[in-house]
Write a protein that binds this ligand. Structure first.
Ligand SMILES: NC(=O)c1ccc[n+]([C@@H]2O[C@H](COP(=O)([O-])OP(=O)(O)OC[C@H]3O[C@@H](n4cnc5c(N)ncnc54)[C@H](O)[C@@H]3O)[C@@H](O)[C@H]2O)c1
Length: 349
């Protein structure tokens, strides 16, 4: 959007007012369900994108509103066509979506939890960049999401544990979209093995993907977010095994516990730049990988207080909350999504 603010000055004032009124009363007020709130708010044009014929507006609530703060909101873009239609039919503006204008990257997202998070973010308006180490999977997954949501999802294949690859991905995103707002370090590997026989190679690989990849992705993203001066949000994918001991997972669970401490620690350095850092800790979750075990659903249904393992949708819902503006005051935290398993932690063995 750089350099576009002045374009709005060329719009006639009457058009601006009419447009704002249409916008407020036919769309945004329904979305927020607080019409009176808008009568005291200030609306201003930020940008008109002539190529896509989109209008970008910002809304500043009154300082003494019941919302208790005065903060400028970037409203989701609306098109001229939408504006005309709504002025005639008075319907809700459908492109009022929470992640519109946000650029997000999710690593290890060719399948499973990461894929579902990408799909949800894309469906809710974000410009999503999907990464996976497997190029075929990456391209297939991104194409599937684009087809399903009608919102283009960018495929960036590569090893998310490789610092050089991480930096290239962040540069590419900035080159393509001009900014990076949401980072979900989801790539993780689970290498089971007895502690007494665990090899240095297995240990290194687990630490490289689960820890180093997340650490350096957060670093590269935070540098970019700091430069942008628009804040941002980083989410690590931990696990319930970072909280409870689990047979054959000494290295994996150690890496996940470390990620949660990383989220807490980064509060010190990243809060001044309005960057939040959190972790999500899924419990047993049904994915292509876990369903390789034919007994998985039955085993975890019996062990989980809520009576079933999580679905990828359960995890994605929680992840989307943590990276949304609704969670803007939450940082350094871990949200466990496990149907109650960690409260009692019965062993599957
Ligand atoms: N599924 C569960 O039950 C569960 C439970 C707790 C935590 N988690 C965590 O959630 C995250 C996602 O888990 P999942 O089960 O959906 O994963 P998954 O194994 O189904 O898929 C992970 C994807 O990551 C990709 N990947 C692996 N290494 C990569 C790398 N270096 N760079 C880029 N991509 C890479 C794989 O190709 C795969 O497509 C992981 O961090 C995992 O540890 C999963």
């Amino acid at each position: 959007m750089a350099g576009s603010t002045s374009t709005s000055l060329f719009l006639p004032l009457t058009f601006r007012l009419n447009f704002a009124i249409v916008y407020i009363f036919s769309g945004f007020s329904n979305w927020c369900n607080v019409p009176t709130f808008f009568s005291e708010s200030t609306i201003e044009f930020k940008e008109i994108n002539t190529k896509n014929k989109q209008f970008f507006l910002a809304l500043t609530p009154p300082s003494e509103s019941s919302y208790g703060y005065c903060r400028k909101y970037d409203l989701p873009p609306v098109t001229t066509k939408t504006a005309i239609l709504f002025s005639i039919f008075g319907k809700t503006i459908t492109d009022c979506m929470p992640f519109t204008q946000k650029t997000a990257i999710v690593t290890g997202a060719g399948q499973g939890i990461g894929f579902e998070i990408c799909k949800r973010l894309s469906a809710e308006g974000a410009q999503v960049v999907l990464n996976d180490i497997d190029p075929d999977l990456t391209h297939r997954a991104a194409a599937l999401i684009t087809a399903e949501t009608g919102n283009e999802c960018l495929a960036l294949a590569g090893d998310a544990s490789d610092v050089d690859c991480i930096q290239k991905m962040v540069s590419r995103i900035v080159q393509q979209y001009g900014k990076l707002d949401i980072v979900i370090a989801n790539a993780g590997i689970t290498l089971f093995g007895d502690f007494l026989a665990y090899t240095p190679e297995a240990f290194q690989r687990v630490m490289q993907v689960n820890l180093a990849g997340s650490f350096f992705l957060a670093q590269a993203a935070a540098q970019q977010m700091k430069e942008q001066k628009t804040g941002g949000t980083i989410l690590f994918t931990s696990s319930v095994t970072g909280h409870q001991a689990h047979k054959q997972l000494a290295a994996y669970s150690m890496s996940k516990a470390a990620l949660e401490m990383l989220a807490k620690n980064l509060v010190i350095e990243l809060s001044p730049f309005q960057i939040t850092v959190n972790a999500i800790a899924p419990g047993a979750t049904l994915t292509e990988r876990t369903l390789d075990d034919p007994g998985y659903t039955a085993t975890w249904s019996a062990l989980t207080p809520m009576g079933r393992p999580a679905t990828v949708a359960d995890i994605a819902e929680a992840a989307l909350f943590l990276v949304s503006d609704k969670a803007r005051q939450i940082t350094g935290q871990t949200l466990i999504v496990d149907g109650g398993w960690t409260s009692i932690s019965p062993s599957p063995f």
